[in-house]
Ligand binder design. Structure first.
Ligand SMILES: C[S@@+](CC[C@H](N)C(=O)[O-])C[C@H]1O[C@@H](n2cnc3c(N)ncnc32)[C@H](O)[C@@H]1O
Length: 915
């Protein structure tokens, strides 16, 4: 056992879905529970958690889980709920067990199971250390101490949430490794199930007990002279001290000990696998005895479970607890074996009982076969005080159970625990009936006759941050009052109304974890409207699971269920009746992996779709703001169906009811392509197809754009020729300059177009043009071919940069469209072609540096061969400028002037200046 282990983090939603499917599942309970366990085992965190455990341990886990899942079945009679009764001591919100139906005395609450796991000495020590070492790990286990074995056992299962009350309404039984409870007196819906831990569990004579009985009697921790001196602290968890337990045998509460204890029958036999019969020690030691189907081991390592009567609850963190020595359980020798059968109740039985005498008497009639007085005597509590022993003996002699009377109910008192006493019922129904939902247990008539409890002394000085206690006492007459007038609003000691649950009318709890309040604080301050709608966590959870208001678990006859749980998406990879074996684990793994990957795929596809939907939305944001447009679904081509999800919505309406507002295009803005943009094709799955890039043939479009480098080079070349002509004609330098300025070299030639650099809108690019540096110079030069210089052709040759000579040959990759794709075509330029990094900087460098021709050009000249452009730009030997334009798609094009050609030859052929 790894006491510091982290628990698997399972999504609450996943768990809720499993439980919801369980509650609506048809068929026998074990089958439904088994299916739910199978589903649980499909959850990745659970699988991850179990991966290192043995088969036996995995089975034990399955059994353990089934005990909890079983509670939710609609026929179940208990639920786990919060209680804040002990929070101020433990610092955490504790749990308790509440009845979800009326329980007759003698009823064995079969689903309230517990089991004990052996703790090795090392594990025991480890548990004690855990708290000190890992403060963030809350110890949430109970320990039972076996006096005869002098060792501790881990108490597991829902039974471990049964709290102690000095006047308990249930008693503990043990069968084999299981522990369960039998009802001692009628319990109403919502009432807490309590047991007796022992006379000295909470200190000597339970002087630190916080139970409701002690509260009412001003005893235990509520005693006027109570001191916190020896209150056990969580961190001082230690082995129980048995020393004074033998002598401390006085029951805290109960009748006089004048009834002689009877000899109880130890040979009680089990009639079926269950938890309500007592077995003898020999039988108890056999491991297989409690296996339902021969393969379920209740808990790992549970081999030497103590015999009945040898166990005691060991307080968590109780260093000083005085543990009571318990005698062996004995059942009467004349006992029959017939045990109580599982409770079968209809939805109508789920109505909370009334506290009126008539309702209470009806409780007796609900008693099942297991509730017969005779059956009561068959079981012996394993945690017994002297009072209980006396009572057990008394029960043997008298076969009648005393149902609570009106008087008994009158002694109920509302506390601030997780549930309230306020008689009520779920909204809109059960009018005139009391909601029980209360922690306080019904008093026996003898106790009930006790005088009005004195006001609690500790109330005012109580430093806890819990909801204040009520200052009023709820009496049995209240239900009657309630029927006629408004239900009484519970009030705190300050007279202010306490927030109550809209459904069960309990006082809303304050739930805290590690001394931090996580729920319920500040609810008093909410507006009246909000407060009236507020439900307690228990009722909220109940509704989430059953779709019915608490405490109903099934829809009313004639009404359909208000919700349908998500159907199981994947079948469990094993038969629900089969055990979880290591063989099936790989199958489960594969299944989980498949589910996970399909989920991932689905979510990525959905993300894609959403992105697609989003993109145009952003693009046309302005338009959308101007026009309140309605998103319309895009009609799919006939015969095509959208596979799943909501219909695709166009971000823009295809048909706008109002004409689109005119968008003014600024003159200096890039004009739209006259032929418009081609719509990009879409694939079946809605994704865009690749754009088919075509060479631009529209010269108008190109002519509007600034001249390219090739064009500028061409212009320079022309200029050079004109100047040469002029000089031949004998023009002076000044005249030549004027011609150049005039931009007219020949009457037949079109005027040179002066293109000013475009002003960049923002950022560094804007500065580029305003600051005199090589960068801005280069940019200007690129943009404007008429930047005056002496027209030296040397300029055009460009310098040879170190990169040029060192760089590896450029590789031009020509990609073909999918449809025309063979293998990718890679065109490798001649080895001499140096790489060129096109940047204003390198351009400037070339302009400013040496004017000599590069060695490459020299070589070219000498071999008289043409070669691909010098990087992005070079002056060809024939005076035609060409460049490579590499589009992002990887298409290579020859560009000359404004035109684009597919080959160098074409460039040369179409060059206006032929050699
Ligand atoms: C077996 S557990 C019961 C379940 C427990 N409430 C929980 O949520 O884990 C025993 C613990 O419950 C609390 N408890 C139960 N009954 C109590 C009582 N009468 N007085 C004080 N603490 C009690 C103590 O913290 C005790 O250690």
């Amino acid at each position: 056992m790894d006491s510091s282990r982290r628990l698997p983090k399972v999504s609450a939603h996943d768990l809720l879905e499993i439980v919801r499917r369980l509650v609506v599942s048809k068929g026998p309970l074990p089958h439904a529970v088994r299916s739910a366990v199978d589903e649980l085992f499909l959850l990745a965190p659970i699988r991850y958690y179990l991966q290192n455990y043995t088969q036996k341990q995995i089975n034990a886990f399955a059994t353990h889980a089934s005990r909890y899942l079983e509670l939710y079945y609609p026929t179940g009679s208990i639920e786990i709920s919060h209680t804040s009764r002990y929070s101020h001591r433990t610092g955490k919100s504790e749990l308790c067990i509440l009845a979800t139906r009326n329980l007759a005395s003698g009823t064995v609450i079969t689903e309230l199971k517990g089991s004990m796991a052996n703790l090795t000495e090392e594990e025991d020590r480890e548990l004690k250390r855990t708290d000190l070492r890992n403060k963030d790990i809350r110890r949430d286990f109970s320990v039972i101490h076996s006096k005869s074995m002098k060792k501790n056992h881990l108490f597991l299962g829902p039974a471990r949430f049964v709290n102690h009350d000095c006047d308990n309404n249930c008693e503990l039984f043990r069968e084999g490794k299981y522990i369960t409870f039998r009802v001692l007196r009628p319990i109403a819906i919502g009432e807490e199930i309590t047991a007796h831990y022992g006379d000295s569990y909470f200190g000597r004579k339970n002087r630190h007990c916080l139970c409701e009985t002690c509260e009412k009697k001003c005893r235990g921790a509520y005693a006027p002279d109570h001191t916190d001196d020896d209150i056990p602290s969580d961190s001082s968890f230690s082995d129980s001290d048995d020393s004074d337990s033998e002598c401390d045998d006085t029951p805290a509460i109960g009748p006089d000990n004048d009834v002689r204890q009877r000899q109880l029958n130890l040979d009680e036999r089990r009639t079926r696998r269950g938890v309500y019969a007592v077995v003898n020690k020999e039988e108890d030691q056999s491991d297989e005895s409690d296996d339902e189907d021969g393969n379920v081991v209740p808990l790992a390592g549970a081999t030497d479970i103590p015999s009945p009567g040898e166990i005691e609850m060991v307080t968590e963190g109780d260093a000083n607890s005085d543990l009571t020595s318990l005698p062996s359980s004995r059942a009467p020798s004349n006992c029959n074996q017939a045990g109580p059968s599982r409770l079968h109740t209809s939805a109508s039985e789920l109505t909370p009982i009334s506290r009126s005498t008539s309702s209470l008497s009806s409780l007796s009639s609900t008693e099942g076969p297991g509730a017969s007085p005779a059956s009561k005597a068959k079981y012996q509590s394993i945690i017994s005080t002297r009072r209980q022993k006396v009572e057990a003996a008394a029960r043997l002699s008298t076969s009648t159970s005393t149902p609570p009377t009106e008087d008994s109910a009158s002694s109920r008192r509302v506390t601030r625990s997780s549930v309230s006493l306020t008689p009520s019922k779920p909204k809109g129904e059960q009018k005139g009936q009391s909601s029980v939902g209360s922690t306080p247990t019904p008093r026996r008539s003898d106790h009930a006759k006790a005088k009005e409890e004195p006001k609690l002394k500790k109330d005012d000085s109580d430093p806890r941050t819990l909801r204040p206690r009520l200052s009023t006492t709820v009496t049995a007459s209240e239900p009657a009052k309630e029927g006629s007038s408004k239900p009484e609003i519970p009030r705190g000691p300050d007279g202010k109304p306490l927030p109550i649950c809209a459904t069960c009318r309990s006082i809303l709890p304050v739930i805290s974890v590690d001394h931090k309040i996580v729920w319920g604080l500040g609810l008093e301050k909410e507006s009246k409207k909000k407060r009236e709608k507020q439900n307690c966590p228990r009722c909220m959870r109940h509704y989430a699971i059953y779709g019915e208001p608490w405490p109903r678990r099934l829809p009313l006859p004639g009404f359909a269920s208000t919700f349908t749980p998500t159907p199981r998406e994947e079948m469990t990879p094993m038969e629900s009746t089969r055990k979880v074996t290591h063989k099936v684990l790989p199958v489960l793994d594969r299944k989980i992996a498949a589910v996970a990957s399909s989920k991932r795929k689905r979510s990525s596809e959905e993300a894609d779709e959403e992105e697609e939907e989003e993109r145009p939305t952003k693009k046309h944001k302005v338009l959308q703001q101007l026009l309140p447009v309605k998103r319309v679904p895009i009609p799919l081509p006939e015969g095509q169906k959208r596979k799943r999800g909501r219909p695709r919505l166009s971000s823009l309406p295809r048909t706008l009811s109002a004409p689109a507002p005119a968008v003014k295009v600024e003159d200096d803005e890039m004009p739209l392509h006259p032929s418009g943009f081609k719509t990009q094709g879409r694939r079946m799955n809605g994704r865009f197809e690749r754009k088919v890039s075509e060479p631009s043939t529209n010269k108008d479009y190109d002519s509007n754009s600034p001249p390219g480098r090739a064009q500028r080079a061409l212009e320079r070349e022309r200029m050079k020729q004109i100047m040469e002509k002029d000089s031949k004609r004998g023009l002076s330098d000044g005249e030549i300059g004027q011609v150049a300025k005039r931009g007219r070299r020949d009457d037949n030639e079109p005027p040179l177009k002066k293109v000013f650099p475009k002003r960049m809108v923002s950022g560094r690019s804007g500065n580029l043009f305003s600051r005199p540096n090589p960068m801005s110079f280069a940019a200007r030069a690129w943009a404007n071919p008429l930047v005056s210089d002496n027209g030296s052709s040397d300029d055009d040759k460009g310098p040879d940069t170190p990169e040029d000579s060192l760089s590896p040959p450029a590789i031009v990759t020509v990609e073909l469209e999918e449809w025309e794709r063979g293998p990718s075509l890679i065109v490798t330029a001649p080895a001499i072609l140096p790489a060129y990094k096109p940047s204003p900087f390198s351009f400037a460098r070339r302009r400013w540096s040496s004017l000599s021709a590069s060695p490459i050009d020299e070589q070219m000249k000498s071999t008289n061969e043409t070669r691909p452009p010098h990087g992005m730009e070079r002056i060809l030997g024939n005076g035609c400028s060409s460049s490579i334009s590499t589009r992002p798609t990887g298409y290579a094009k020859w560009v000359s002037g404004n035109d684009m050609y597919t080959s160098e030859e074409e460039v040369r052929a179409r060059s206006p200046i032929q050699p």
